[in-house]
Design a protein around this ligand. Structure first.
Ligand SMILES: NC(=O)c1ccc[n+]([C@@H]2O[C@H](COP(=O)([O-])OP(=O)(O)OC[C@H]3O[C@@H](n4cnc5c(N)ncnc54)[C@H](OP(=O)(O)O)[C@@H]3O)[C@@H](O)[C@H]2O)c1
Length: 343
């Protein structure tokens, strides 16, 4: 169900305003005539894409702080910042994020940092009476063997994938925290669970990156040196990949049109095997050597495809195909000197 003020109404009258559509922004003006959106984690891959999308649309004041300026694990500093900036809307894209290796070697940081960041932010937003909060989780919150494609109501129906359990538990706590604020205090806050993301701003550091950027970096360096490539696992697991600019457009759609308890899945609804992905990346990078699959390394969940029918029913569709997205991401990687995290 759409929030009441967004109902089309009888006779198809125009929907009233939203800060995410410039032509409609006036009805939400407050705090001295400004609509302020705080993007927590605005320098990260997702946060920077959300920032770009909001900036392109116009009509909002954007606020962001690097972790060096505001450590969201610091509860008092977080409360002070949110109270001072008084945003109407907060997008929580700040988190400790990483691939299988980082997740399995640092479970303490993945649980503790993420619980503190999201708990401090949600409690601070409540204290400051923030109207809309969108908490970004991840598709790893769902059980390892959830029926495919994974529906939102699979949450808490089975054991998690062990390689990222600590991270998933932290994110599940965030989803329940948002729901708690909805039930107990009537907050119009929501959660979104994106699938595997990629794009400009991604982390290409092999010690902490996700599978797709790790592949780009490995194939690139191997192509430059003329060596072969070894990839983790058997290559058989199937995964879904969404360009980060598509997740940003989904965030805007959700903020404008969604106001319900369950998290909303964000993905393409299509998957491919890791082996097929490797072939695509090798082609984009121009790699012509051999690829060896190291099956002594973990595969992770055998298949992870999200059911995105609830999000698509709101009118959102992804617009960047995997081949185009991979080419653009590789160009960004090259422009960023090939190996650094930030250009
Ligand atoms: N990447 C994916 O494939 C993926 C998939 C599904 C869901 N998500 C979700 O999307 C969100 C963002 O992910 P991402 O890929 O954009 O991660 P990212 O590129 O690593 O960015 C994370 C951001 O969080 C900020 N941050 C981390 N610790 C902080 C702290 N203690 N205080 C303040 N800020 C802190 C960082 O700030 P600084 O840069 O200033 O240090 C950074 O901007 C996460 O919730 C993640 O679970 C990501």
């Amino acid at each position: 169900m759409l929030p009441a003020q967004h109902d089309p109404g009888p006779g198809g009258r125009e929907r009233p305003s939203s800060p995410y559509a410039p032509q409609r922004q006036r009805a939400r003006v407050r705090y001295g005539g400004k609509v302020t959106v705080y993007v927590a984690g605005h320098r990260g891959m997702v946060g920077s894409a959300v920032w770009r999308a909001l900036e392109a649309q116009g009509g909002v004041d954007l606020v962001g702080r690097a972790s060096a300026e505001l450590d969201l694990r610091d509860r008092e500093a977080t409360f002070d910042f949110v109270a001072d900036t008084r945003p109407n809307t907060v997008v929580i894209a700040a988190a400790k994020v990483g691939g299988i290796l980082a997740n399995s070697t640092q479970p303490v940081q993945f649980l503790s940092d993420n619980v503190r960041i999201q708990t401090n932010l949600l409690d601070a937003c409540h204290a400051a009476d923030v109207e809309r909060v969108l908490f970004l989780g991840s598709s790893c919150i769902y059980p390892r063997l959830a029926p495919q494609p994974i529906r939102e109501d699979s949450l808490l129906t089975g054991p998690l994938e062990p390689t990222n359990e600590a991270y998933a538990i932290a994110k599940i706590a965030g989803v329940l925290h948002v729901q708690g604020y909805r039930h107990q205090y009537g907050r119009r806050w929501v959660s979104a669970m994106p699938t595997n993301l990629y794009g400009p701003g991604d982390n290409f550091d092999l010690d902490s990156s996700h599978v797709l950027p790790a592949m780009i970096a490995k194939y690139h360096h191997a192509a430059v040196k003329g060596t072969g490539v070894t990839l983790w696992g058997s290559g058989s697991p199937k995964r879904e990949f969404l360009h980060v600019d598509d997740v940003a457009s989904a965030v805007l759609t959700i903020l404008e049109r969604y106001d319900e308890d369950p998290p909303l899945n964000v993905g393409t609804g299509e998957d491919l095997s890791i082996r097929e992905l490797a072939q695509k990346v090798a082609t984009v990078v121009g790699f012509e050597g051999d690829t060896v699959w190291d099956s002594s390394k973990p595969d992770g969940t055998p298949r992870k495809l999200l059911d995105v029918s609830r999000l698509m029913a709101l009118g959102w569709v992804p617009s960047i195909g995997l081949d185009d997205g991979l080419r653009a991401t590789y160009e960004w990687f090259l422009a960023a000197s090939g190996s650094v995290r930030r250009p």
